[in-house]
Write a protein that binds this ligand. Sequence first.
Ligand code: PLP
Length: 363
Amino acid sequence: MIPMVDLGKQFGEIREEVLKMMNEILESSQYILGPKVHEFEKKISEYTGVSDALGVASGTDALHLSVEALGIGEGDEVITTPFTFFATAEAIIYTGARPVFVDIELDTFTIDCSRIEEKITRRTKAILPVHLFGHPCDMKAVMAIAKKHNLFVIEDCAQAIGAGVNGKKVGSFGNTGCFSFYPSKNLGAYGDGGLITLNDRGLSGTLTSLRNHGSKGSYMHDSVGFNSRLDELQAGVLLVKLGRLDEYNRKRRQKASLYREFLCDAARCPSEKKGAYHVYNQYTILSGNRDGIQKMLRENGVSSVVYYPKPLHLQKALGYLGCREGDFPCAEQASREVLSLPMYPELDASDIEKIAEIIRKAA
Ligand SMILES: *Cc1c(COP(=O)(O)O)cnc(C)c1O
């Protein structure tokens, strides 16, 4: 069976370093907001090119706390994409605000910036673009619209750590960048974890307090906050892997070019916009015969997954938003036609050839 990701193979390569790190942390007796978390925050802020980085409990929390810290809530609207993981919308809704969707571009699966302005109202407070599957959004366009209409920008970087536009990394454009360290992300922990990047000392103070019960310490509480911290053991794992992240991403890009070489005449392959550095958290193709391809892959021992089978505006939980089928044709077409193929740095070239062979036959 060729899996979607092979985390065991990766662990095999870093086992000694991870175990040494775990041992050091366990001996230290510092398990929450200790030195490894601070070291990791410092290294990630240097890596993404921002002044501050704050570890939190998950990518969902990174998004939620960002919306909260920017003072967005009841009666406010946040513009985002209907073609993303559900958590993107949940984070907005937790604060009492309302997600307002804008369709995607089919070639990158990211928000169609030419359609954002028509959705801006008096209530709009922020734009929340998602760098889906590892492809960065057109941040030049997003930031120009935000500036013109005086809106905040919260980047969902959960699938795109290391991606960038013209050499500037995702997470360094908006008011905050929100990262997830869910195990299957490009930088994955061995459990849940997340992080917020930002260039704003004041907001950083608010978030430092929000992630820790609204307190800056010594049992004094300025606000009602949350328990949302990155733990020391996960920070240790992430420190070991961060040193290898660029190499992992380079390898993903090599796998992607192999897929493209073998597949471009059999299915619609993901494209890279000019200046965009795609980090391929997923390698996602489009085909009118998606279900046939998936069946054939399954019969031949190859995993594949439909990310995402139903766009957010048609999800039962979001029925109260009053959207209907036909509202976002590109997101709907994507949901009917996408298929994500096995993608991880250790994937063998011969496996890619085999997968492509099966897809070419099915198509
Ligand atoms: C994974 C993911 C999240 C949520 O991250 P968690 O760490 O699982 O909470 C949010 N948005 C997107 C696009 C994701 O892929």
